[in-house]
Each structure stands twice: as C-alpha cells, then as structure tokens.
Design a binder for this molecule. Structure first.
Ligand SMILES: NC(=O)c1ccc[n+]([C@@H]2O[C@H](COP(=O)([O-])OP(=O)(O)OC[C@H]3O[C@@H](n4cnc5c(N)ncnc54)[C@H](OP(=O)(O)O)[C@@H]3O)[C@@H](O)[C@H]2O)c1
Length: 318
C-alpha cells in the first residue's frame, strides 16, 4: 500500500525564517506506544525559532531535516501497538518530539491529554506549551500562596498571560509588566498593578515582593533582585541565577523544574483542570494571531520580535 503524502514544514540547516520550507513528505507511522495525530493547531514557541537559529546546538544538536514545533492539538487517526488508553477519533492535545508544524505527527500516548468538547483546538494547544509550564512554575516550583505579592515580567506574553491569571486565581496580589499596547490586556487578565516598562521603571513603585517570575532576562532580571523581600523568591525561566548573589541578598533562587516533578497522573489532573478553567471562562487562553501552515515564516518573524500578546498559533485544519 502506498504511504499517503502530507504537508510538513522542514528545516534543512540552521538559519533565519527562510529556512522553514513547506514540503510534501510521507505520513509517519505510529510506533508501539504511540498514536498518529491529525494536527488541527500547533503552537509557535520562542524555543522553536531559537532552535532554528542553532542556539541550542551544543546541548541538543538538530538532526536535519527536522520538523519544528512541539505542542499540538488534534484528532487521533491511528493508534500504535500497546496503546490502550486512547482510541481513534478522540480529540487530544500534548507535546511531540517528532515535530508539529505538519498535517500529522506521532506522539507517545503516555503524555497526551483528552480535549474537552467545549475547548477549541486553538485554546487546547496553548496548554502544553504555555499554561502548564506557567502553572508548574507558580505552584510547584515557587509554591505561590494566597495573599502573596508576585511580580510577573512580560505578563502579556504566551507564558505571562497564563501566569498572571493563575496567580490572580490563587488569590495573590499580581503585578505585571508589559509595553503600552498591552497595559489594558494585562489589567483585564486580573493584575492588580500594571507597569508599562516603556515609561516606568518597576523598581520605583514595587518592593517587598514575595515572588518574581522573570521571562525577559538581562537588565530586567538584574534590576529584579532589589524588589524581592528578604526570604522571597526570584525565578527566571530564561537565565541562570547567581547563587552567591542570592546568598548575599537573602533571596531564594529557584531553578524551574527543580521542585516540579509531577507524576503523569498529576499532569493529567492539572491539564484537565486548566482546560476546564478555560471552558468555564475562569481564565482566557489569549491568542495573538493565527497563521496557516504556508505562512509559517511570517509566524516566526512575529514571534522573533519578542513583543506581542498571548500565543501565536498555526492553524493547520478546521
Ligand atoms: N513558554 C514557555 O513555557 C517557556 C518555557 C521556558 C522558557 N521560555 C522563554 O520565556 C520567554 C518568554 O516566553 P513567551 O512564550 O511568554 O514569549 P512571547 O509569547 O514571545 O512573549 C514575549 C513577551 O515579552 C514581553 N516583553 C518584551 N520585553 C519586555 C520587557 N522589557 N519587560 C516586560 N515585558 C517584555 C512582550 O510584551 P510587549 O509586547 O508588551 O513588549 C511579549 O508579550 C522566551 O524567551 C521563551 O523562550 C518560555
């Protein structure tokens, strides 16, 4: 039998957005323990273009050609041997190691989540790449408690929009930073105090913070040390923090993922809870812009600006 051909974006060498090539390839087959998924939506994460530029070559060199992307939402087309927990036709979301900027991908059945009916594919795809990491960072890594004061840098970003809403839901006092265009959005996400970083230095109005979540790094991270209270936490998802500095300042630094080793069952529970919160309108999955697969270069160009509101999504089927 002839293997069907599918459209997929592939990268043949490190470089700029022009290296994202839309090609016809053979549809993959699920191995034992895997499922074949028809992808409806794929998330564009900053990691995807950083990887395409070759920034992670020393730690995770690419095997060319590769299909970019890791987060997806779609429908199971076929189940591989030994898969008992999912069936053909079920709508799911999750992450794949085999690339998701394509009409089909294969993924380990173990890490998949069932998509509730009221959740769109676009909303679902924001969970594995953005909402889930934000939840784990706030509640598993940092142990955020009601009443605490949290400063979230880049509160308008794919990660930050979820982090701000989860922190508010938990009962924290939320301070968010963003540019002028996004001030209103960050207010509507529930932030108690929004700082426009283009016109105000956050350290002039913020102090004694229990927890700072940094997703910007550089100068923003450097200036954040002074606003954390003694015994408070500084956590960056983009840079390593100096332990000597932390000791000298009486601040705790936490490496993301260090305290968060949820079991697969816990991850299922958290993902379903987040999905339900979106369906019920308790939180919003903020989607910046949707692009068709053939416009993937423009999608990466937009993500690479480092400015925007919420997640960028590739809409592959509807
Ligand atoms: N998504 C994840 O789970 C994850 C995990 C690990 C690491 N990271 C890293 O974390 C970073 C952010 O990820 P993301 O997915 O949220 O990116 P994103 O969706 O591209 O959002 C970037 C945000 O940064 C804001 N920003 C830029 N400069 C700023 C500044 N000086 N102060 C405050 N906000 C600023 C922008 O807001 P304005 O448009 O208002 O400027 C924009 O909303 C990336 O470097 C990513 O690689 C993400």
């Amino acid at each position: 039998m002839n293997t069907p051909m599918i459209k997929a974006v592939r990268v043949h060498r490190y470089g700029g957005p022009e290296e994202l090539k839309l090609e016809q390839i053979s549809r993959p087959n699920p191995l034992a323990g895997e499922v074949l998924i028809r992808i409806y939506a794929a998330g564009i994460l900053p990691y995807d273009w950083k990887y395409r530029q070759g920034r992670f070559e020393s730690i995770r060199p690419a095997k060319f050609p590769y299909i970019p992307g890791s987060s997806f939402a779609g429908i199971i087309e076929e189940v591989g041997a030994d898969v008992t927990e999912f069936r053909k036709g079920e709508a799911v979301f999750g992450r794949s190691d085999n690339g998701t900027y394509a009409e089909y991908t294969t993924a380990a059945a173990k890490g998949l989540f069932l998509k509730p009916e009221g959740l769109t594919f676009d909303e679902a795809v924001t969970i594995p790449g953005s909402a889930l990491p934000a939840w784990l960072t706030l509640f598993h890594d940092s142990g955020l408690k009601p009443g605490q004061k949290v400063l979230i840098h880049a509160a308008a970003g794919g990660f930050g929009t979820f982090a701000a809403q989860f922190a508010k839901w938990k009962g924290a006092y939320v301070i968010g930073t963003c540019s002028t265009n996004n001030v209103e959005l960050v207010h509507t996400l529930g932030a108690n105090h929004v700082i426009d970083y283009t016109s105000e230095r956050f350290e002039q109005s913020v102090s004694d913070v229990d927890l700072v979540i940094d997703t910007v790094g550089g100068n923003t991270l450097e200036r954040s040390w002074s606003v954390v209270r003694q015994g408070g936490i500084l956590l960056s998802i983009v840079e390593e923090l100096s332990l000597e500095k932390a000791k000298a300042r009486g601040v705790n630094v936490i490496k993301p993922g260090i305290n968060s080793m949820p079991s697969p069952e816990e991850l299922q529970e958290i993902s379903q809870q987040i999905a339900q919160m979106i369906v019920e309108g308790q939180i919003e999955s903020v989607i910046n812009k949707k692009f068709p697969l053939h416009a993937v270069q423009q999608a990466h160009e937009l993500s690479q600006t480092g400015h925007g509101r919420g997640r960028i999504v590739l809409q592959i089927a509807d």
